[in-house]
Design a protein. Structure first.
Ligand code: SAM
Length: 250
């Protein structure tokens, strides 16, 4: 059901649900130099993948209903369940409407000797109908050897590394995690970076668009929606998450 006052459906939905990680997550809050740790949410599912996929499937069906015909939906996951959810999305949204698999690559503490260290999340992007508006984002592409090419009609720029051109963004994004010393850190364990939300929102919506995040955690998505002039409706099952998200947005 849409909130009162909104007759339109969502232009953009982004969700960052539990990942089937098998862990519990907390919030670390600091007040007057004192640290307190509170429970945020559970991601264990009795180790039953079916149970988890049932929740995801029901949510995806509901979100499809809420999405406008030209709408776009992003689902943010990692290696634990993304391959199963991809098949569910293909079934519900149709594989024809699969737009992108974006890899968010980051640095974080810890590494493995038994395998390559797992240092990326996967974001699946689908459109509802195949008809959608996408705003390409630009990124720097350094010339080979960082030299100037001087090709006719190609605008080149120079920074401290060397010469580059601006190209449409690729689907592997290197963005820093919200680390311990990060200014945007709220203490919410699975908080996502603002720069990541900014790319998603700018590429997949316009000023005034209605955007939704129904697993909003610490409220990164709504905070950036507000900054970029989007309308938004967001929620989370956790009281603490809602409290943090609300204060962040306000
Ligand atoms: C990975 S976190 C989201 C983090 C968020 N993107 C941020 O930047 O802080 C997943 C969130 O899903 C919430 N959640 C779990 N099950 C839910 C459900 N059934 N409905 C709504 N929210 C749920 C959890 O409370 C948690 O805050």
């Amino acid at each position: 059901m849409l909130a009162e006052g909104f007759s339109e459906k969502f232009d953009l939905i982004y969700i960052d649900p539990p990942f089937f990680s098998g862990a519990d997550y907390s919030v670390v809050e600091e007040k007057d130099g004192k640290k307190s740790i509170s429970f945020a949410y559970k991601d264990t599912w009795g180790n039953d993948l079916k149970e988890y996929l049932r929740m995801i499937t029901v949510s995806i069906f509901a979100m499809k209903e809420l999405l406008s015909k030209e709408g776009l939906i992003w689902i943010h996951l990692d290696w634990h369940a993304v391959h199963y959810v991809k098949l569910i999305m293909d079934e519900i949204f149709s594989s024809k409407n699969f737009v992108n698999e974006v890899i968010w690559s980051y640095k974080s503490g810890g590494s493995s000797r038994r395998r390559f260290s797992r240092k990326h999340d996967t974001l699946l992007l689908y459109s509802k109908s195949g008809r959608y508006k996408f705003n390409p984002q630009k990124e720097k592409s350094y010339n080979r050897g960082f030299r100037k090419y001087s090709f006719k009609g190609v605008e080149e720029f120079e920074d401290e590394k060397g010469w580059y051109t601006m190209v449409n963004m690729k689907d592997v994004w290197n963005i820093d995690m919200v680390g311990r010393t990060s200014k945007e850190r709220t203490g919410y364990a699975t908080q996502k970076p603002e720069a990541l939300m900014e790319r998603i929102i700018l590429s997949s919506s316009d000023a005034g668009s209605l955007c939704g995040d129904f697993f909003c955690g610490s409220g990164t998505f709504p905070a950036i929606c507000k900054k970029l002039g989007r309308q938004f409706i967001c929620c989370d099952v956790g009281e603490l998450a809602v409290k943090i998200a609300k204060s962040r947005v306000e």
